[in-house]
Design a protein around this ligand. Structure first.
Ligand code: PLP
Length: 399
């Protein structure tokens, strides 16, 4: 099918909710993808962080193929070998004490489960979330998401949610009370521009929750599984939550959400109080089991430190003298270039036309979430494109 027919069909038949880049991707390998005309791209979009172990990692592909020939579906009301194996591997890696999981199909679902669980365990209704947070777009997750453009058309949302500025422990202390079931935080805010917490902040968040008997939920949907250079971003600040949400990369591209919690917290769910038809299906579990193996065997969190450090340094060098750039920041391979002007709607498609896929973030930030297997030469190519695109913007602004 020619590219023009594909775009015509998707534009006509698919809900118009995505800001589309006019590129038709048909193949991926490692940190590269190819469009239907055979053009190659360095993929720093990686499906919004999904292709963490690289596109079509041979071990993940092999696990999916093997499982597809054996068993594709098995409801969680029956037992399954690959599901049990995945869970065992998962809880060996999760922060200490987080050893019981609910399996679902997306980040928003992982968050829904966390919110319900917090209410169930504490018997309280209140949830405190952060200004500029992003937790997904189902009703519960949306209620914890800050941006009014996402919320306003769908109000009334779930009651009981409050927002406080990310990084302000004093404001959190005022907001959390005896009615608060949980505080939900992304350890590094992703969608709003890769915003790192101030030093000591997450420890204080933990203390405030403990003082008030509220649970702490870390949404590691974007930051988890080595992206920031540690298996969990929360490890950078040595803080362990009561509940953690995962999705995106966990099954290497097969849909999966995971809510992992303290065993006593997860056990507050009684039979039938939460469920998912597809949750824990063997195909996703086989893929996820292979993803965890690859992360550990190939030491990908360590690679995120090494290659991420190189990428950030290159970006700092090339952006150093540019007035257009406000800041280069990030941790591991979760990087951002914040610009002084909102030219992102031009920058992202222009980068794509030059062979780099990157992400929007916040109002004026280019976000880079490449696979952790990205090679230095691919980083160099990405930097070249960013440099060209920013130079073009600078000359446009001068003229
Ligand atoms: C931190 C965070 N939480 C939750 C979500 C929602 O995940 P999904 O789109 O799979 O529902 C996202 C998606 O970008 C996210 O970044």
């Amino acid at each position: 099918m020619p590219s023009s027919s594909i775009t015509e069909l998707e534009d006509r038949l698919m809900a118009n909710t995505y800001q589309k880049i006019p590129v038709t991707i048909v193949k991926g390998r490692g940190a590269k993808v190819w469009d239907i005309e055979g053009r190659e791209y360095v993929d720093c979009m990686a499906g919004y962080g999904v292709a963490l172990v690289g596109h079509c990692h041979p071990k993940v592909v092999e696990a999916i193929k093997r499982q597809a020939e054996r068993l594709l579906s098995c409801h969680a009301s029956l037992y399954n070998d690959v599901r049990a194996e995945f869970l065992e591997k998962l809880v060996k890696l999760t922060p200490k004490g987080l050893d019981k999981a609910f399996l679902s199909n997306s980040g928003a679902e992982a968050v829904e489960c966390a919110l319900k669980l917090a209410r169930k365990f504490t018997g309280r209704k209140g949830i405190v979330a952060m200004v500029r947070s992003y937790h997904g777009k189902t009703m519960g997750a949306l209620s914890a998401t800050w941006e009014s453009k996402y919320r306003a058309p769908f109000e009334p949302l779930v009651p009981g949610f409050k927002f406080v500025p990310f990084g302000r422990a004093d404001r959190l202390r005022e907001a959390v009370d005896e009615e608060t079931a949980a505080v939900i935080v992304e350890p590094i805010q992703g969608e709003s521009g890769v915003i790192l917490p101030p030093e000591g902040y997450l420890k204080e968040v933990r203390e405030i929750c403990d003082e008030k008997g509220a649970l702490l939920i870390f949404d590691e949907v974007q930051t988890g599984l080595g992206r920031t250079g540690k298996m969990w971003a929360s490890e950078h600040w040595a803080v362990v939550p009561d509940i953690m949400c995962l999705a995106k990369a966990v099954a290497g591209g097969v849909p999966m959400g995971v809510t992992v919690a303290r065993s006593d917290v997860m056990s507050s769910f009684k039979l039938g109080e939460h469920s998912s038809t597809f949750g824990g299906n063997p195909l996703a579990c086989a893929a996820a089991s292979a993803v965890l193996d690859v992360l550990v065997e190939e030491k990908l969190p360590e690679r995120a430190v090494e290659v991420g450090g190189y990428f950030k340094q290159r970006l700092q060098e090339l952006c150093g003298g540019l007035k257009l750039v406000r800041e280069v920041r990030g941790l591991g391979l979760m990087l951002a270039v914040e610009l002084r002007f909102n030219v992102i709607p031009r920058v992202i498609p222009n980068a794509a036309s030059k062979g780099l896929l990157a992400l929007y973030s916040g109002l004026n930030t280019v976000r880079l979430l490449p696979p952790l297997v990205i090679e230095r030469e691919e980083v160099d190519r990405a930097c070249e494109v960013i440099s060209q695109v920013l130079a073009e913007e600078a000359s446009r602004m001068r003229s």
